[in-house]
Design a protein around this ligand. Structure first.
Ligand SMILES: NC(=O)c1ccc[n+]([C@@H]2O[C@H](COP(=O)([O-])OP(=O)(O)OC[C@H]3O[C@@H](n4cnc5c(N)ncnc54)[C@H](O)[C@@H]3O)[C@@H](O)[C@H]2O)c1
Length: 308
């Protein structure tokens, strides 16, 4: 199992670290455009191997795609992150060019690869890879909902004063401050609806805190977060590599599901060795449907900025 991670910055390196620590991949190639940067990150990470007990071989390369050849899974984290006060959508001008170029180089060297898109604005970047890479639709996965759901569970556990392992919940919709649809109605504590434990007002607060989860961290850190994004990507990579058939909300190209077509947006999917093996259609209520529709309009307005 060979995994390439493009972009050896904060998220790329964190993702490589979690993949290595979980010890399921034989090889991780880190690639960055900055001279020597990926090589340095790879060497530093390899020097944690004897301490953290993993055998995954991590190598770093400067823009040399021949070293990524034969990758089973490629992760795209290259591009600029947002600064405090910025929206993810504002990154499109720079990141669209980078993501298009990177995905074409990856597919040239690994025609059978599965691509996980992380760079923002992620739903639009996933759409761009669909339109330009020539890969089958089950092989292009946008990572956003797995992270947003982890943040949702963190906020739910906080509100319930419960351990995170007691709570479950999912965020679908667009990966943006306004587009996320945290499914509060379906969130549970050990299969009991969370509304049994907290007021509607507190639950609405959980929803709002979840939606601005990334912005809150960007304000604190001065740049966007990396631990939870890296962990979320590594969970998707592991689900595919180990054929786990796990369900995650991911940005997926819809073709009629949820009443939408020709859009990449967050919906629950089953991930296994073939990438997206199934899109799970939930019965949404009217408010959730309206929220999804509004979210899709936001994603489409960013997609319209692409020069395809
Ligand atoms: N989808 C999500 O949930 C999620 C979460 C966090 C961050 N992000 C996004 O991930 C991206 C990376 O964030 P980060 O914090 O790691 O940024 P970063 O600046 O730390 O790292 C980005 C890296 O990409 C490299 N790069 C730029 N152009 C490249 C190219 N053409 N080829 C190869 N490498 C190139 C840079 O040299 C840099 O090392 C951003 O767009 C950010 O918004 C997405």
């Amino acid at each position: 199992m060979k995994v390439t991670v493009v972009g050896a910055g904060a998220v790329g390196a964190s993702c490589a670290e979690y993949i290595a620590i979980k010890n399921f991949a034989s090889e991780v190639v880190l690639l960055d455009i900055k001279e020597g940067y990926a090589e340095g990150k790879a060497m530093d990470l390899m020097q944690t191997a004897s301490l953290n007990g993993f055998d995954t071989k991590i190598t770093g390369v400067t823009n040399d795609y021949s070293k990524t050849a034969g990758s089973d899974i490629c992760v795209i984290t290259s591009g600029i992150p947002r600064k405090p006060g910025m929206t993810r959508e504002e990154l499109i001008g720079i990141n669209a060019g980078i993501v298009k170029d990177v995905s074409s180089n990856l597919v040239k060297n690994s025609p059978k690869t599965i691509i996980i898109v992380v760079s923002n604005p992620m739903d639009t970047m996933a759409y761009l890879v669909h339109k330009t890479s020539g890969l089958d639709k089950n092989k292009i996965i946008g990572m956003g909902g797995a992270l947003d759901s982890a943040r949702f569970k963190y906020r739910l556990a906080e509100a319930l004063d419960a351990p995170i392992s007691d709570v479950d919940g999912m965020v679908i919709g667009g990966h943006s401050d306004t587009g996320m649809v945290p499914l509060t109605r379906l969130a549970t504590r050990n299969s009991v609806p969370v509304s049994k434990f907290i007021s509607e007002e507190r639950l609405n607060q959980v929803m709002e805190d979840t939606k601005v989860g990334g912005a809150t961290l960007t304000k604190l850190l001065g740049t966007s977060a990396w631990y939870a994004p890296g962990a979320a990507v590594s969970a998707l990579v592991q689900a595919i590599a180990c054929d786990q058939k796990k369900m995650f909300p991911c940005s997926v190209m819809l073709d009629g599901e949820y009443g939408m077509k020709d859009i990449c947006i967050g919906a629950p999917v089953i991930l296994g060795r073939n990438g997206i093996e199934k899109i799970v259609e939930l019965e949404l209520n009217d408010a959730e449907k309206a929220h999804m529709k509004e979210s899709a309009e936001g994603v489409r307005s960013v997609n319209d900025l692409l020069e395809l």
